[in-house]
Write a protein that binds this ligand. Structure first.
Ligand SMILES: [Zn+2]
Ligand SMILES: [Zn+2]
Length: 402
């Protein structure tokens, strides 16, 4: 068993899983991640042992998860399947469903949207689904009480009954797919998926509000920095109802580089992908500090770990960056820019708190060391450095177009 397989990574973050829950053997990197998972984990950890492989009632069944409309917590169950020959199999419908009207296995996921990594198994979800106007499909059913101990917002959003089951996929010479057991780490991934869909739908609903929309880049805040050490740069549709571009903050660094970027903040701050960071979600967005370049005392990079942290609170959660000319903006451009400005600001020296007037002097001195030529050269090197891991970078136009 290789230690680098996804199942041996920490359930909660990208670090290797070196510690294990004494009851169910779920992997974590630290007590901190174990504690972070605990409010969810505790709901099923005890009963997991009564669903061990040795208690499997017959060979043609796998451990699956059930989220009832009426029961107050989720539970495992044995999902049976038929196996007409060695190549194929077919899942039955979950045995506890007395009414199977419109129950369908709809979506399948192979990646964690929260941890940005492949899942050890392919997870499939089942709901009651019906067609609505315009040929679209929607989930329907009662709000699942089984979510009440997991996430109150998901009770309102979800429609029971819901279930999750898994298959293994061996991508060898031929693709072979077989039914697989869901375990306690998968329980986290399943709930993460529900939460991810909830956050996405909330955003889509916000986009439905009338107003001009511009394609921008969202830079996530403390959550990404805690989990990945760095922020993520994701596409976002900015509704200009939040304020006209003219009133948004000019970014001195980008302006000096000839990039007409402005930034804004989200009115409704979402918890970071369903995980709460001790009330910190509205703070610690270093990217804002690097971009505005007026914040000399705010951003600190640990030279050892390259982790970002904030010297003081900036009072901001996720931010979005858009171009003043409303041309769609691409995530990698903002990421490269932020990393460039970080490097320049470290070169300049930025850790001492200064009086306001002195800040202004220092800002103009700092802006002196930024130039478009230097950034263009640096951007070329940045793409070269990252292109083996991210081939899509090669296809991108330069931040200046063309
Ligand atoms: Zn961890
Ligand atoms: Zn456990």
């Amino acid at each position: 068993m290789s230690t680098s397989t996804p199942s041996r990574l920490c359930t909660m973050c990208p670090s290797p899983g070196t510690q294990f829950c004494p009851k169910c053997q779920t992997a974590y990197c630290s007590q901190t991640c174990y504690k972070d998972d605990w409010p969810l984990h505790k709901l099923l950890c005890k009963t997991f042992s009564s669903f061990s492989a040795t208690t499997r009632p017959h060979p043609f069944c796998v451990r699956a998860l059930y989220f009832s409309e009426t029961e107050t917590r989720p539970r495992f169950f044995w999902q049976t399947y038929t196996c007409p020959d060695t190549e194929t199999f077919a899942f039955a419908l979950p045995p506890m469903l007395t009414d199977t009207t419109d129950v369908t296995r709809t979506s399948r996921i192979l990646r964690s949207d929260i941890l940005h990594r492949p899942l050890p198994k392919c997870i499939q979800f089942g709901f009651r689904v019906r067609s609505v106007d315009g040929g679209k499909k929607e989930m329907y059913g009662q709000h699942p009480a089984s979510f009440s101990k997991i996430d109150k917002e998901l009770v309102e959003h979800g429609r029971g009954p819901m279930f999750a089951l898994a298959t293994y996929r061996h991508e060898g010479k031929e693709k072979v797919e077989r039914p697989a057991d869901l375990d306690m780490a998968d329980f986290r991934y399943v709930v993460d998926r529900f939460r991810y869909c909830y956050d996405r739908d909330v955003e889509v609903a916000a986009d439905g509000v009338a107003g001009e929309k511009v394609h921008g880049v969202r830079v996530n805040c403390v959550g990404d920095q805690v989990v990945f050490s760095r922020p993520e740069f994701e596409p976002t549709l900015v509704n200009l109802v939040t304020g006209p571009l003219e009133s948004m903050t000019i970014l001195h660094g980008p302006e000096k580089l000839g990039l007409p970027y402005v930034f804004g903040t989200y009115e409704n701050r979402l918890s970071w992908r369903g995980r709460h960071f001790g009330g910190m979600s509205a703070e610690s967005n270093c990217s804002r500090g690097w971009l505005t370049s007026g914040a000399f005392d705010e951003c600190v990079t640990d030279p050892e770990t390259q982790k970002w942290s904030m010297a003081t609170s900036m009072g901001n959660g996720s931010i979005f960056v858009v171009r003043k000319d409303k041309v769609p903006l691409l995530g990698p451009h903002v990421q490269a820019l932020v990393e460039y400005l970080e490097k320049k600001m470290i070169e300049f020296g930025t850790t001492v708190h200064e009086q306001r007037e002195e800040d202004e002097v220092r800002l103009s001195e700092y802006l002196e060391i930024l130039s478009k030529e230097d950034f263009v050269r640096w951007y070329g090197e940045w793409v070269e450095k990252h292109q083996s891991a991210r081939p899509e970078l090669v296809e991108l136009p330069s931040p200046y177009g063309g």
